[in-house]
Structure formats: C-alpha cells, structure tokens
Design a protein around this ligand. Structure first.
Ligand code: 1CP
Length: 351
C-alpha cells in the first residue's frame, strides 16, 4: 500500500458496501461488566458517570476489549443518557436498578424549559473521543453514538428504566404536541452531539433506538422513525463521508423500515429471522443478530452454532458480525473468544 493511502478498515469498507477478506466483527457493549479489568476500574469509582467523565479512564476502558480480542472496531465508552444528564435531569446509576433521573419530565413546563443546545456540557465525551482516537492510532475505526429521540424521551419521562415505558406512551397518546416538542428538542441535540463527535474524531456514528419496539405500530413512524430520519439526513448532509449504523430492537417488519432510512447499515435484533431480512434486502449492510445469551452458556458450542448460523444467513450480502443486543454482564470470556475465532476462520461457501 502507498504510505499516503488511507488505511482500509474492514468496518468502514463494509459500510461503504465494499467486499473485504472476511466480515468485520465487533460487539455491542464490548467494554463493560463481563470484563474483569472493567470491574476492577469500576470498583474504584463511586458511580458509572464518573468513569464516563474521566477522560483517561474512559479511554482505558474503550481500549480494554481490543487488548483481549481481535476486534474490527472500538466504540467510545460512554452512555446514551449523557444528553438527558446534560439537559439537567440529574442522572445516577443505581446498582441493581440501572439509570435513575432525579428530575424526570412530569409536567408540560418541564419540557417547555428544556435547552436545545447542550453540546457545551458534553465536552467530556468529545475529549474522550479525541484521546481514544490518538491512542488507537488508526488500529481500528472508532464508533461514536447517541440514543434516538424516542429512546431518550422514554427514559426522561419515565425517570428510569421500565418494562413497558407506560408513562412515555401515555404522553404520546394524551399530549402528542408536547411529546413532539420533546422529540424535536432531542433531535436537535442529537444532531449537534453527533456532529461534534465526528469533529472530535469518531469514524462512524451509531444510533440506538433500543426501545423502538415499545411503540405500537400506529405510533412508531411518527414518534420514532421520523426523528431518526431527520438526524440521519442532517448528518449525511453535513458529513457525507461518515457512515451511520442504526440499531433498533424491533420485529421483522420494522427492521425493513429501518433499512428504508438513509442509514449505511442496520443492526438486527436476535428476535428477528436474519435470513428472511437478507432475502428481502440482498444488498443492505446488515449487522448483528447473534443471541447475546449464547455467550453465557457453560460450553462454547451454542455460540459457535449461533455465529455459523448468522454467517450463513448473511449469505453473499455485506455483513457486520455482532450481537442482536448488548453483551450481558455474565457473558463468559472463552465464549467471546469462540465467537470471534469462528468469524476469523469462516470460509464463505463457493457458489
Ligand atoms: O455500573 C456499570 O458498570 C453500568 C453498566 C453500563 C455500561 C458498561 C451502563 C449503564 N452503560 C454502559 C456502557 C454503554 N452503554 C455503552 C458503551 C460502549 C460499548 O458498547 O462498549 C453503550 C454503547 C451504551 C448504550 C446504552 N445505554 C443503551 C443502548 C444500547 C442497548 O443496550 O440497547 C442503553 C439502552 C443504555 C442505558 C443503560 N445504561 C446502563 C444500563 C444498565 C442501561 C440499560 C438500562 C435498561 O435496561 O433500561
């Protein structure tokens, strides 16, 4: 290679729809509680946000999975709830319970007063990205990310995680104009946040609409996808060379809706039949779909089978190997090795 040529990373090439020697692999939540080296750092700080706001620790944790495994991407260590925190909702992570907001959105005035520009309070994320990029030194691309407006709004209205996000759904039904004001405010913030991550050095932007599946069919497009499309088109207009990945935990029909957005790739949940999506969309760049619980088994047989099934389902289409949702804290390290080894060894069937 000419020394002035840009480095051809598998992930970025695949996101451009190009063929690579083998599909790229990375894992959602690859830096996290299943790693003893993460737990060692985590035990030294009182709460999770302290890790995100400390540049050196956030960079160290971003790199941890790359020291152990041969992965094709790094993802910046942070959380989707940084935006609501910067909007003044007072975020803490309560052990055993997850995220909790001190000031959830409970009345119209709370929403009307929200700030449309919080990027100046999120400098710690951009610092972590620029430092991580320097530490990576072009080894692999760095993924920046944000939650989708709906997924962020669901937490902000509810005040915490919830099995059904019923308060947020009630707001959609009872006060749709107010909900749209909140979603638009979040969309403005997400656009500015993602642009600043790209300017700081993120090579790829991923949007998580993790709770898109909680919306009924009648509301999904208006309350979630419309804002996702707005963000993707704003990012592609300002940064046409930065690819995007859109993940949502949604069933088959909605997965096809995601592919219809401008996202460069779509993350497919493990509840969806990947082979069926591939048949419908032979040229779409599809990521994910391996069941994260297969990493918790006592032997590696399940994850090896799940990985082979995923590779076969992808067929000749452009593929990014990943899980269908985030890796769980009780995932076994040897199973993660087995998953990655299966991808590295894979020989596509000759037709
Ligand atoms: O105490 C701890 O160690 C907290 C555990 C933890 C970790 C490791 C949380 C709290 N967030 C994270 C990191 C994180 N979160 C990353 C890091 C980068 C990587 O992938 O390695 C990313 C991308 C996220 C994104 C995130 N946070 C999502 C979207 C992805 C998904 O899994 O759907 C969501 C929904 C969150 C909210 C959140 N943050 C943390 C928890 C436990 C949760 C989920 C709470 C719930 O179930 O509602």
């Amino acid at each position: 290679m000419n020394p002035t040529d840009p480095i051809q990373h598998r992930l970025c090439e695949t996101l451009k729809g190009k063929t690579t020697d083998r599909p790229p692999i990375w894992l959602m939540r690859q830096a996290g509680r299943y790693l003893p080296e993460y737990r060692a750092i985590r035990s030294q700080v009182p709460d999770f946000m302290t890790l995100c706001k400390n540049t050196d620790l956030a960079v160290e944790i971003t790199l941890q999975p790359l020291e152990r495994f041969t992965l094709d991407a790094a993802i910046i260590f942070s959380d989707i709830l940084t935006i609501p925190d910067a909007m003044g909702l007072g975020l803490t992570f309560v052990p055993g319970q997850g995220p909790v907001f001190a000031h959830p959105l409970q009345e119209a005035s709370h929403i009307e007063r929200l700030s449309h520009d919080v990027t100046q309070d999120l400098g710690y994320v951009f610092d972590a990205i620029s430092h991580a990029q320097r530490a990576l030194n072009h080894r692999v691309p760095l993924i920046g990310f944000s939650g989708s407006p709906w997924t962020l709004a669901a937490y902000m209205v509810e005040g915490q995680s919830s099995p059904d996000f019923s308060k947020a759904l009630a707001l959609c039904h009872d006060h749709p104009t107010l909900m749209h004001a909140l979603l638009q405010c979040l969309a403005d913030n997400v656009i500015a946040y993602c642009r600043a991550q790209i300017e700081a050095g993120a090579d790829v932007i991923m949007l998580f609409d993790s709770w898109g599946g909680r919306l009924p069919d009648a509301l999904y497009d208006a309350m979630s996808l419309a804002y996702v499309r707005m963000i993707l088109s704003a990012l592609h207009a300002s940064h046409p060379n930065t690819p995007t990945i859109l993940y949502a935990k949604v069933p088959y029909a909605r997965a096809l809706n995601l592919i219809d957005t401008q996202a460069s790739a779509v993350g497919i949940s493990h509840e969806v039949d990947l082979a069926r999506v591939r048949t419908s969309c032979p040229n779409a760049v599809l990521q994910g779909n391996i069941d994260p619980t297969s990493l918790n088994a006592n032997t590696s047989e399940s994850v090896i089978q799940a990985t082979r099934k995923c590779l076969l389902a992808q067929g000749q289409g452009p593929a990014i190997i990943n899980l269908g949702h985030g890796i769980r804290p009780d995932a076994r390290i040897e199973n993660v090795h087995a998953l990655i080894h299966t991808v590295h060894q894979y020989q596509p069937p000759t037709s």
